[in-house]
Design a protein around this ligand. Structure first.
Ligand code: UDX
Length: 437
């Protein structure tokens, strides 16, 4: 018989909300806590504050099991297990800002009315779980026992629910067998293999995994840049590399660099941490540098055709840092569009999902369109920043038919070259030869 627990999750961002909603599928009673009243109001109305496939459906299906509140103290009081899933944003120096994690730990300590396991789900630098334990011990009543478990998440935006329900592993950094057993009861039913280790190693697994993937992307991007110079094709190169199971075929898509809430932040945070210990992580430093250059590569390519963009009609397809998300954090669009605005371009953009967030930053500087056709009509050049399906599946002849000058600069290799060659367009992509007709 599966044990039903009272689980509280602090933070309703990507990590917290997805963890909470997915745990409800195991029959636990879940309380989601957040300081943001608007978010809690939305959640109570059955609406997810983030765009994530399947999330709202499960929220609605399991609504009897999930409650949402800003009254954190009351929620923590009688919890069996409390997950900390609040943000750890990047500070100006590249280190992780842990103030939200520590504030939650203080509050939990003050509120606990019974023994509990506190689980750190947020991505935190090595040693943070120990600090959380100290804070809890300082603030809790003497008769209450707590144990702190490190349990990093590996979910990617856009596939967060699937990544959680079908994760390749559950990493648990545990201080005792007792804590390990409780965590196995929490996850009983997921059926995923466990990696049981100490807390420091668990914290390190998260950073090492993310930074390795970032490094893999920067590596393939550098090889792509070299392919352009020597006349090789990165897609064939990546396919040939990826068939070697020691390398693997994932994360070998060359493009305009990684964005999002994790890779940029986690590479900088680990690099910062190593420096703190007087050690230089040279590979990670290189990955960060390569990525910064890669993000503005399209503009460099475009300058082959136009010295500057003043007065030009510029079409932009895709604003999000990757498909299936409305998230703009570290998105290449945010690095390129300000330059285009500064140079006086007339920008039309299309991204039905991320438009809302982009509008908050650039309400008037960009014209937001409702279709590809409307966006590229009369354009002097078109940039592709996100490989949405609507772009990959589009009718390529539209560029030829609708643009003033059919110059397409594709940062995500959305089209096969042998298909593009059937059209009268100029097509530049990443790590492949330019198609100029
Ligand atoms: C990532 C990790 O995948 C996840 O395990 C971790 O918990 C959080 O960070 P996410 O940032 O949501 O997830 O997206 P991901 O799909 O990993 O892509 C990150 C960035 O890398 C995107 O900008 C994407 O376009 C880029 N990318 C990815 C490439 O440029 N090439 C690739 O081959 C893969």
């Amino acid at each position: 018989m599966r044990l039903k627990m009272k689980i509280v999750v602090a933070g309703t961002g990507y990590v917290g909300l997805v963890t909470a909603v997915c745990l409800s599928t195991l029959g636990h009673n879940i309380t989601c806590v957040d300081v943001d009243e608007n978010k809690i109001k939305m959640l109570k109305e059955g609406k997810s504050p983030i765009f994530e496939p399947d999330l709202e459906e499960i929220m609605l299906k399991n609504k009897e099991l999930i409650t949402y509140t800003t009254d954190s103290k009351n929620a923590y009081r009688d919890a069996d297990v409390i997950f900390i899933g609040v943000g750890t944003p990047e500070k100006k120096d590249g280190s992780a800002n842990l103030k939200y994690v520590y504030t939650v730990a203080e509050e939990i300590g003050e509120s606990l009315g019974k023994d509990a396991i506190i689980v750190v789900k947020s991505t935190v630098p090595i040693g943070t779980n120990d600090k959380v334990e100290n804070i809890l011990n300082k603030n809790k009543k003497d008769n209450i026992k707590i144990e702190v478990v490190s349990n990093p998440e590996f979910l990617a935006q856009g596939t967060a629910v699937r990544d959680t329900l079908h994760a390749q592993r559950i990493v648990l950094g545990v201080p005792s067998k007792h804590a390990e057993n409780i965590m196995k009861q929490v996850y009983d039913g997921y059926g995923q293999p466990y990696v049981i280790t100490d807390r420091a190693s668990s914290e390190m697994i998260k950073y090492a995994a993310n930074d390795f993937l970032a490094l893999k992307i920067s590596y393939i991007n550098e090889i792509a840049n070299l392919c352009e110079l020597v006349g090789a094709n990165i897609e064939d190169v990546a396919r040939g590399m990826g068939m070697d199971s020691r390398i693997g075929d994932k994360f070998l898509n060359a493009g305009i660099g990684y964005g999002g809430s994790c890779f940029p932040k986690d590479t900088k945070a680990l690099h910062w941490l190593a420096n703190y210990y007087d050690y230089e992580l040279k590979t990670i430093k290189a990955a960060i540098e390569v990525n910064a250059n890669q993000k503005i590569k399209l503009l460099k390519k475009a300058r082959k055709y136009y010295e500057d963009f003043e007065g030009l009609n510029v079409a932009v397809l895709g604003l999000a840092f990757k498909p299936n998300t409305d998230d703009l954090r570290e998105a290449p669009s945010l690095y390129n569009i300000p330059i285009l605005i500064d140079e006086g371009a007339n920008i039309k953009a299309y991204d039905p999902i991320a438009e809302k967030n982009f509008r908050k930053i650039y309400p008037t500087e960009v014209t937001y369109c409702k279709s590809i056709g409307e966006t590229i009509k009369n354009a002097d050049i078109c940039f592709i920043f996100t490989e949405w399906d609507f772009v990959k599946d589009m009718d390529i002849s539209l560029f030829e038919k609708l643009m003033k000058k059919p110059i397409v600069i594709d940062g995500r290799n959305c089209f096969k070259l042998d298909k593009v060659q059937n059209y009268n367009i100029i097509y530049e992509s990443i790590g492949r030869k330019s198609m100029i007709r």
